[in-house]
Design a protein around this ligand. Structure first.
Ligand SMILES: [Zn+2]
Length: 471
């Protein structure tokens, strides 16, 4: 980690030091109960993947609903769309003209892999050395409990202040949120908010909070190269005719330069992030063997968050097992292009298609089918909500929050922004680099969990200063 400059933080937005310390002191006795409630949630194997028993997902939705009722929410219901997994919506509506904050988390979890690989069974939560181990202990049942705990702490105060809170706890995030879009459209009114807090990401390190302020988007295409009308003998016809797979390979090779940088012209690069990561950590996490150089240049965080990345993710061609001495007449590849904030998916798509068409050989017909277009996300900087979040994080951790990015996408964030265009989205989280979300021995740092709860309570309490939607 570098000690780069971080954006300005103004702790005063969340109250003076004495108020903040008073709230910290009131939180302290609530934490043991929060951890016990979290353990109860972790004991429910709520895996929403196809082929898994749905009963635990229903039980975990019930448990979350009960926690929200207990935290004093005015109305709590369990909802689903079609075959979708049950989500929980808790509401305490705003007074007229006052703002509403939507708190998002998910109550479903990843499958565990072989439970024998875990130090202790995944659905039997255990505390060891300041961490709570178990599937979902961090991702994202700790996000659920951060919302519940913040409401236990400041819920009454918010009600007095007329600030509305909606808690939306999804039940199928790890399974790719298949009914997310129809769900939020069906519940558009109940979920409408001025500020959306998505507690499903990670902090920078234990002791250093982070706001996830950028996510890459993604576009993809399928490119087809047709060289011949039909397959022919490679001995009789090879020479004057290049097979389609060779021609496809040559075309795909034009997509990067000799350093491994994306060679498609006209793509946007965002500015380099203020933080960088340790190359050894990255190599370990990615599984890059010793002795293999990395591709591209510049900070790893820039290569991961701020620049385009292009991968060939599949090829249709004869398999090696079925290979015969014929010239392959047609071959296809699916190409995936990650795009940084500032890039338009439409523009990136046309740049990629244009590159493939310009580099098409005269010896084949090349056609490109446009696929998915996912928008990148960039938090609006300098907005009142972002300033408030920075202030709350700085006050809780007693150290400024750093801005981090994610190389991947959180597709439902684009959906939220499209369905609720007036809302601002903040991406926060409970994980730290040791959490191993989705992995073996997933865990939550309990000290960090307390700081997450305090930051969220401070954020909610400060939300009264944000404007509400006109009635
Ligand atoms: Zn998650």
């Amino acid at each position: 980690m570098s000690s780069s400059p971080v954006p300005e933080q103004n702790p005063d937005l969340t109250g003076d030091a004495a108020e903040i310390e008073a709230l910290r002191a009131r939180l302290e006795p609530l934490l043991p109960e929060a951890v016990e409630d979290l353990k109860d949630l972790v004991r429910i194997p709520s895996i929403a993947f196809p082929g898994h028993d749905r009963d635990p997902v229903h039980r975990s939705a019930e448990a979350v609903a009960e926690l929200l009722r207990g935290a004093g929410m005015d109305s709590v219901s369990i909802e689903s769309v079609g075959e979708g997994a049950p989500a929980v919506i808790g509401r305490s509506p705003a007074a007229d003209g006052r703002p509403t904050v939507l708190l998002y988390a998910h109550h479903d979890v990843q499958p565990t892999g072989d439970p024998a690989d875990w130090t202790t069974p995944p659905f039997e939560p255990v505390e060891r050395e300041g961490r709570l181990y178990g599937r979902g202990a961090a991702d994202d049942k700790a996000g659920v409990m951060a919302h519940v705990t913040a409401l236990r702490l400041v819920g009454e105060e918010l009600a007095r202040d007329g600030v509305g809170v909606t808690v939306f706890v999804e039940g199928e995030e790890e399974a790719g949120s298949p009914t997310f879009r129809p769900f939020i459209e069906a519940h558009r009114e109940a979920l409408a908010a001025d500020l959306i807090v998505v507690a499903d990401s990670a902090n920078w390190a234990v002791g250093t909070p982070a706001l996830t302020t950028s996510l890459r988007g993604v576009v993809d295409v399928v490119v087809e190269v047709r060289a011949l009308e039909h397959a022919v003998h490679s001995g009789l016809f090879g020479g004057p005719v290049l097979d389609a797979l060779t021609q496809l390979s040559r075309l795909l090779a034009t997509l990067h330069d000799e350093h491994g940088e994306v060679a498609v012209e006209g793509l946007v690069r965002a500015p380099d992030p203020a933080v960088d990561m340790d190359e050894a950590d990255f190599r370990r996490d990615a599984g890059v063997p010793d002795g293999h150089a990395l591709s591209g240049s510049g900070p790893l965080t820039a290569r991961l968050w701020a620049r385009p990345a292009l991968s060939v993710i599949g090829i249709d061609a004869p398999s090696v097992r079925d290979a015969s001495n014929t010239l392959v007449p047609v071959a296809r590849a699916k190409v995936s292009l990650r795009i940084p904030p500032g890039e338009s998916p439409d523009a990136a798509m046309e740049a990629l298609v244009g590159h493939l068409e310009r580099h098409a050989p005269a010896t084949a017909a090349v056609s490109v089918r446009r696929g998915e277009r996912g928008k990148p996300y960039s938090a609006s900087q300098g907005s009142p909500a972002m300033d408030l979040a920075r202030s709350a994080f700085a006050a809780s951790w007693r150290t400024p929050a750093v801005d981090t990015g994610l190389g991947g996408s959180i597709p439902f964030i684009a959906d939220l922004l499209e369905v609720f265009p007036a809302a601002e989205v903040l991406v926060t989280g409970v994980e730290d680099p040791e959490s191993r979300a989705h992995g073996i021995d997933e865990s939550l740092h309990l000290g960090e969990f307390g700081r997450v709860c305090l930051a969220e309570a401070l954020l909610l309490r400060g939300a009264g200063s944000l404007g509400g939607r006109p009635a």
